[in-house]
Design a protein around this ligand. Structure first.
Ligand code: CA2
Length: 149
């Protein structure tokens, strides 16, 4: 039976596309989803892809992923990565590997973006590769899942 991963996206990522292309590129969230689905399929993984602008909803989705025993989680927490202890706590309760993704290089931007709570519980962090980072994250996650079998 194929394993399932969840890909969660935080606030404002629904705005990807025409705005701020110099930082985030021109791809839309629908393009990101297509890329994630294609990568997951290549690695024989099922995927649930979601985006929310609401912290509590993201916490609920992380708890749901845990309850469903997903094989792994990819998360771009967006702005909440820099602020949310609630998301950190929800992630910390998970056993499955967590990969953090940022489209931009958060270390080359404003100082407040350099700290990510999520990084404390992530098995790996991908940032600065544009939306390709999602594909790299899923490929790396697939290798971790295979290594566990
Ligand atoms: O680089 C990333 O992926 C970020 O997670 C994106 C977040 C930002 O707060 C993080 O520091 C880094 C912002 C997502 C919202 O992106 C927009 C895209 C287009 C227009 C407006 C916002």
């Amino acid at each position: 039976m194929s394993k399932t991963i969840h890909v969660l996206n935080g606030p404002n990522l629904n705005l990807l596309g025409p705005r701020q292309p110099q930082i985030y590129g021109r791809a839309t969230l629908a393009d990101v989803e297509k890329l994630c689905r294609a990568t997951a399929e290549r690695h024989g993984l099922k995927i649930e892809f979601r985006q929310s602008n609401h912290e509590g909803e993201i916490v609920d989705w992380i708890q749901q992923a845990r309850a469903e025993n997903v094989a792994g989680l990819v998360i771009n927490p967006a702005g909440y990565g820099h602020t949310s202890v609630a998301i950190l706590d929800a992630l910390a309760a998970m056993d499955a590997p967590i990969i953090e993704v940022h489209i931009s290089n958060i270390h080359a931007r404003e100082p407040f973006r350099r700290r990510s709570y999520v990084s404390q519980v992530a098995r790996a962090v991908v940032c600065g590769f544009g939306i390709e980072g999602y594909s790299l994250a899923i490929a790396g996650l697939a290798a971790m899942i295979d290594a566990k079998d």
